[in-house]
Design a protein around this ligand. Structure first.
Ligand code: PLP
Length: 451
């Protein structure tokens, strides 16, 4: 296959013949043909027909510093030339890995100073499941092995991460809900909190954790795992009362608290981590995506001293990946963190970009008849589509207004994501005002055509 031709139709034919896609209905894909993206710069990507498209999803919630960063290319190239690979098994390490662990310890919330590397958010969460169970074994409490997650939580798509997440279609495929994983309600006030203030509902949703712990017996519960703000579940930002109450309950029952920072980390919520934004003090924290801005696969699990001390005293760690702490990925992650720091991206997001982004979206949400509410925080936003704004009547589960809207937006050369009945935007942290204006204008067209 030397001569791969480059027309879209030919790409599509080849793709159809050889390529199975994640989170895609092959039947629909077969009818429509795959969309092929060929290059990118800043907040824009280009497809194989030459269309310039505004990517307000930062790829898959990950290209935080934007596309086209030569500095990251150079960091990868230099590391490849110096030491393209060595593993970190059997008492080995590499300089970039050590430097990255050190650097992360300066950025993560106080007390999270010890790191294990993986290649994806899913692997990071699998790692957490294994390490946390090991932790309790070392503590002499092996019965503490059940994990509590949330409905519509997303923690990845390996078997264990699927079980930890609360996505019903994923559980259904391939009998993927393992024993030892339980779920409580997601803190989605707009959907579940009718008649209550967000604060009342936040407490109620958090107390579902206490009820679940008591039902299972605290002696059987290993950890509670939650995204500070649920991303792939539809941008569900919890009421202000939620996390403090979760924190209190975890402490009371000696249940470890895991904040999944795979989306929220590296500036997305206006601070380095979502835990900073929501005042969470996790025992462990998986991170990926924004760690390298998606330029290369890398993930890390941060843990506090209580966890690392126990694990370090617990004998051989029978866990790890060939590419744990891959030197090239670590070099890119370090260069990516340099960019975020040097350009002051997080302060800029908090002080300038996010206020404009949110005000613009709020005006659209307030004025548009099929938008019930704007959710999210800082540079992650969800527009909840509803049949009736005044009565908060939702669309039926079988209806697909968000998918319809997404397709209209694509027609306008704008990428937004459709999650359930929510339109999601999660742009690069570098997005500018004119690009936000373009996003709003095109989103409005998509919404108008859907209404
Ligand atoms: N955790 C969260 C919060 C995520 O959003 C994701 C992916 O979207 C994952 C874990 C899984 O990450 P990956 O797709 O890199 O395995």
């Amino acid at each position: 296959m030397d001569q791969i031709t480059t027309t879209t139709a030919e790409w599509q034919a080849l793709d159809r013949e050889h390529h199975l896609h994640p989170f895609t209905d092959p039947k629909v894909l077969g009818e429509q043909g795959v969309r092929v993206f060929t290059q990118a710069d800043g907040c824009y990507i280009w497809d194989s027909d030459g269309n310039k498209i505004l990517d307000t999803m930062a790829g898959l919630w990950c290209v935080n510093v934007g596309y086209g960063r030569q500095e990251l290319v150079d960091a990868a190239s230099k590391q490849m030339a110096t030491l393209p690979y060595y593993n970190t098994f059997f008492s080995s390490s590499t300089p970039t890995q050590i430097r990255l662990a050190r650097r992360l310890s300066e950025l993560t919330p106080a007390g999270l100073d010890y790191f294990f590397f993986a290649n994806s958010g899913s692997e990071a969460n699998d790692t957490i499941i294994r390490l946390v169970r090991h932790f309790w074994e070392v503590q002499g409490q092996p019965s503490k092995n059940v994990f509590i997650g949330r409905t519509l939580g997303y923690h990845g798509s390996t078997l264990a991460a699927t079980s930890l997440g609360g996505m019903a279609p994923m559980h259904a495929m391939g009998q993927s809900l393992l024993p030892g994983f339980e779920h409580i309600i997601e803190p989605h006030w707009y959907r579940h909190g009718q008649g209550k203030t967000p604060e009342e509902f936040g407490l109620e949703a958090a107390r579902a954790l206490e009820t679940k712990i008591l039902e299972l017996g605290a002696e059987n519960v290993a950890a509670f795992v939650g995204e500070p703000l649920q991303g792939a579940g539809g941008v569900i930002d919890p009421p202000s009362t939620y996390w403090p109450e979760i924190q209190r309950i975890c402490k009371k029952y000696d249940v470890l608290l895991v904040a999944d920072e795979v989306i929220c980390g590296f500036g997305r919520t206006g601070n380095w981590f979502g835990s900073d934004t929501y005042g969470i003090e996790p025992d462990l924290m998986p991170m990926a995506k924004g760690l390298s801005s998606g330029y290369l696969p890398i993930a890390a699990v941060a843990m506090n001293k209580r966890v690392s001390d126990a694990i370090n005293g617990g004998g051989v760690i029978s866990h790890g990946y060939t590419y744990s702490g891959h030197p090239v990925s670590c070099a890119v992650a370090l260069a990516n963190i340099d960019i975020i720091e040097r350009e002051g991206l997080i302060d800029k997001v908090r002080e300038e970009t996010a206020p404009y982004f949110r005000d613009s979206l709020q005006q659209l949400a307030d004025s548009h008849p099929i938008v019930g509410e704007l959710r999210g925080v800082s540079l992650i936003a969800g527009l909840q589509l509803v049949r009736d704004k005044a009565s908060r009547e939702f669309f039926a589960p079988t209806e697909q207004p968000a998918i319809e809207c997404r397709e209209h937006c694509i027609g306008e050369n704008l990428i937004l994501r459709a999650v359930g009945h929510t339109m999601v935007a999660c742009p690069p942290l570098t997005i500018g005002r004119s690009e936000i204006d373009e996003m709003i204008e095109k989103t409005k067209i998509g919404l108008d055509k859907t209404a």
